[in-house]
Design a protein around this ligand. Structure first.
Ligand SMILES: Nc1ncnc2c1ncn2[C@@H]1O[C@H](COP(=O)(O)OP(=O)(O)OP(=O)(O)O)[C@@H](O)[C@H]1O
Length: 509
């Protein structure tokens, strides 16, 4: 038997044939192509070599004794699921070749084969093995970045959350994630997906608060050509895009009762109908929903249908606010600083005083607020070491109710982002106040028409949405009747309910 531990060349092949001459000729031909070729006379011998895990491609005869080619194929794929297999079949045994492909073989060649044909098929199979390896590496990398390791924080509250998360990840149960804004609900949803059997398929997020009512329906369910003005071609919805994977429905309570009943029907039936089409399409989608509201009062106040609530709340995960796990602050701050340092020519480090300063703050904007503070400090601080004054926050632990805005962000005069106790406002504060002023003024002029607001401010709707979210700004009234826009994923950004009122250029709660 040839040693299967030789270093790789263009590819590592195993030729299995109980006819010595045929095996030797095939191996010779492939060695001439600079492949590393091993040989085996029986299925058992082949399986022993495959156990090393270093073979890229198996070429096996179909008719062999005592183990035939199909049995070897089945057992080989159990030992090495990523193995590429080419069956070598005698003329006339096409049915067995088809059966081999059904069982997982990549290709087959009919004996006697032309040298050029064998070379071509081997090259193609190895190309597939390389692609498969690349996909596997990318998937592993993606899952590491989005899996549990992406969730920084080892506090008891986070450990409890991750234990529960791992328990439900394997099942297909619908999950409802609750937690204040900025606590990391989307990260938790991604981790659920990354640890589920669906991880190789898509994770598709949709933020219901960022999309107008009618656009939301066509975004989620798709639409037929001509379903409404501007629907120039038919389009798949996000349900279809998430087929086999996970659909993350964020801010689910920010939708109308009509939309909620359509969503409920889709969940109950496992089918979706594109807007303007009568045929239903079956979809296999795991639903993870999230809300930053107090879900029970949303149900009580009839903003969330009770039947939908029961449907979504099969498993509940609560992401604790950062003020309930301040012991996670040092690790999170280090994590965000490391990320900022990787993009900066002037890496900074955190002083112990800055860390204890941060740990005495209440973080009404949760992890997102900490992330912003660290990024600002890393960008603006002058020295190598970040000091308490680089984090202009008002001390004291604030405890806002669900979804209420940050006091720190709201108070423009002497509030958290207003002034340091000892000095004037920092550049970051001035910039933020200026942004707040410009956005509130434009919102006053154009109300709910955020596309015009974005236009006037010279930013995209998405950028405007992000800035408003960071500043905790919302337009004053709901806007359920926007006509859907097509051609782009998100052209209008509207919010169904008032959150912060903007009157006379000032923000009111
Ligand atoms: N445990 C964590 N470890 C690392 N980063 C985190 C963690 N939690 C949150 N973040 C980061 O904080 C930011 C906010 O997180 P995320 O968007 O998941 O919050 P959310 O609860 O979904 O917010 P919202 O309700 O406003 O949509 C993101 O940039 C995210 O990467």
């Amino acid at each position: 038997m040839t040693d299967a531990n030789t270093p790789p060349t263009r590819g590592r092949l195993l030729v299995v044939d109980d006819q010595r001459n045929m095996r030797a000729t095939t191996a010779l031909l492939l060695r001439a192509e600079n492949y590393t070729v091993f040989e085996a006379a029986t299925g058992e011998e082949a399986l022993a070599q495959l156990a090393s895990g270093s073979i890229d491609l198996l070429l096996t005869d179909l008719k062999m004794e005592p183990m035939d080619g199909l049995t070897l194929l089945r057992r080989a794929l159990e030992v090495a699921p990523r193995l590429q297999v080419i069956m070598m079949t005698a003329f006339g045994s096409i049915e067995s070749a088809v059966e081999a492909m059904r069982l997982g073989a990549y290709d087959y060649v009919t004996k006697p084969f032309k040298e050029s044909e064998l070379r071509y098929r081997v090259e193609r199979a190895l190309e597939r093995a390389r692609l498969q390896r690349d996909v596997d590496n990318l998937t592993t990398d993606f899952n590491q970045r989005h899996g549990l390791s992406a969730l920084v924080g080892r506090s008891a509250a986070m450990r409890e959350l991750t234990t529960r998360l791992m328990r439900v990840a394997q099942s297909d149960a619908t999950v409802l994630i609750q937690g204040e804004s900025g606590t990391g609900k989307e990260l938790v949803a991604r981790a659920l997906h990354a640890h589920s059997r669906r991880k190789a398929r898509s994770f598709v997020p949709v933020n219901c608060a960022a999309i107008s009512e009618s656009l939301l329906e066509s975004e989620l369910f798709g639409h037929a050509k001509g379903a409404f003005t501007g629907a120039v071609k038919s389009r798949r919805g996000l349900f279809e895009e998430a087929d086999g994977g996970t659909l993350f429905i964020d801010e689910v309570t920010e939708t109308s009762p009509t939309f909620q009943s359509k969503l409920l029907r889709a969940l109950q039936e496992g089918e979706v109908r594109r807007v303007g089409e009568s045929t239903a399409l079956r979809v296999d989608v795991r639903i993870v929903a999230a809300t930053n509201r107090d879900i029970e009062s949303e149900v009580r106040d009839k903003r969330l249908r009770q039947d939908l609530y029961y449907r979504l709340n099969v498993v509940a995960l609560r992401v604790p606010p950062l003020r309930e796990r301040l012991e996670d602050v040092p690790a999170l701050a280090e994590h965000f600083l490391e990320r900022a340092n990787a993009r900066s020519p002037n890496p900074k480090r955190l002083s112990a005083a800055a860390v204890s300063h941060l740990m005495s703050y209440g973080f009404p904007g949760n992890v997102r607020e900490l992330e912003n503070l660290v990024e600002q400090a890393a960008a603006l601080a002058e020295g190598d070491e970040l000091l308490p004054e680089d984090f202009p926050v008002r001390q004291g632990r604030m405890t806002p109710a669900h979804g209420t805005p940050s006091v720190a962000f709201l108070d423009g005069q002497g509030g958290a982002l207003g002034r340091n106790a000892s000095a004037g406002p920092t550049l970051a504060q001035v910039v933020e106040e200026a942004e707040r002023h410009a956005i509130t003024q434009a919102l006053e002029r154009h109300g709910v028409d955020l596309a015009r607001v974005a236009d006037e401010l010279g930013v995209s709707s998405t950028t405007l949405w992000r800035k408003m979210k960071r500043l905790n700004l919302r337009p004053p009234v709901s806007w359920p009747g926007n006509s859907p826009e097509v051609g782009g994923r998100l052209t209008h950004v509207t919010f169904p309910r008032p959150w912060i009122q903007i009157r006379n250029g000032r923000v009111h709660r």
